[in-house]
Design a protein. Structure first.
Length: 338
């Protein structure tokens, strides 16, 4: 993600990697770190509804000192910056909302899909910080750059939640495209399906579901006791975004259940094929048993072998063996049928 050609990117090493200033009824304007500091240190906003969105990279060790220098943020936000826990949470701390949410990486692959970001939302500023870029943040930034207008940080948060849902739906769609051919082969009783691929898809979707499923519930809890500075319209937008995200989680759950059924069907086909192979080996062994036994007895080359001097001795021994083998073969066919 190049920053040199974007005026929203910060030119100083210790500031945000991008900053936007939102003014009512106007598209957001990218600002420099110095302009952001001037806004944050001003005694009051020049317009009543203007606010900032500041985005930081946690790989820059100077980001946190910059935040502590120019902003008064809750300790819970700074704790989330250093937390290794995967749990999603959204909590109200004094006049701020502190959140830790998850999404897929910007360069998503099915091997390493998860990234997290920490958010702090106040009435005049939205702070976001992550270690690695992820898709929803990039989609939100693209919308801002395209001129979409936001009236408050809560509207930005609602759009972020909708973008998360869209990314999750896209993952489900791509996973479904990979699963459909496997399901068709299994329905045709062909086991040319990679069990490792099915298992990998299921593990990734289960992890996504585990990390993202608590997020709508956290937003719904917020809706029951919101901060005073959130308006009814903003709450309504946030509720719609949470419902959309909850629906995407439900689609993920359905796909995980489908994968589970495909794995069970594949295991059943493999077991059936294994049982057929074992049965065939057993039948062949039983059929060859009389012949091997008699051949072993007659091959000891000791005295007293019956029919050794008889003209038709070979046929007198071979005939009963063939009859016995035929009876065993018939028993095997009946056993296989039932």
């Amino acid at each position: 993600m190049s920053q040199s050609s974007d005026p929203a990117s910060d030119s100083t090493p210790d500031g945000p990697i991008w900053s936007y200033r939102f003014v009512p009824n106007q598209p957001a304007r990218p600002i420099t770190s110095e302009e952001a500091v001037e806004f944050l240190t001003a005694p009051g906003p020049s317009l009543p509804d203007e606010f900032l969105w500041l985005h930081f990279s946690l790989s820059n060790l100077r980001s946190e000192p910059w935040l502590r220098r120019y902003l008064t943020l809750p300790d819970s936000f700074y704790e989330s910056l250093h937390s290794d826990a995967d749990s999603t949470h959204l909590q109200q701390d004094a006049d701020s909302l502190v959140a830790r949410i998850h999404d897929v990486l910007f360069d998503f692959t099915f091997n390493a899909p998860i990234a997290s970001t920490s958010l702090c939302i106040k009435s005049r500023v939205l702070i976001s910080a992550h270690v690695r870029p992820w898709r929803s943040i990039d989609k939100l930034r693209a919308a801002v750059q395209a001129g979409q207008m936001f009236r408050s940080p809560i509207e930005v948060l609602s759009r972020l939640l909708r973008d998360q849902a869209s990314v999750l739906v896209d993952i489900v769609r791509k996973s479904t495209k990979r699963i459909d051919p496997m399901e068709e082969r299994l329905l045709a009783k062909r086991i040319s399906v990679s069990r490792s691929e099915l298992g990998s898809l299921r593990r990734i979707l289960v992890r996504l579901q585990r990390l993202l499923a608590p997020e709508p519930a956290a937003f719904f809890r917020l809706l029951s006791r919101p901060p005073d500075w959130i308006t009814e319209d903003e709450l309504h937008n946030l509720q719609q975004a949470a419902e959309k995200f909850s629906a995407a989680i439900s689609d993920t759950t359905a796909l995980v259940e489908r994968l589970k059924q495909l794995q069970e069907e594949l295991a059943a086909l493999v077991n059936e094929q294994t049982n057929r192979t074992l049965f065939l080996l057993t039948v062949v062994t039983v059929l060859a048993l009389p012949i091997n036994l008699v051949a072993g007895l007659f091959g000891m080359n000791v005295g007293g072998i019956p029919l050794a001097q008889h003209r038709y001795g070979f046929f007198l021994v071979l005939g009963p063996l063939l009859v016995l083998t035929a009876l065993l073969a018939y028993w095997g066919m009946v056993k296989r049928r039932y």
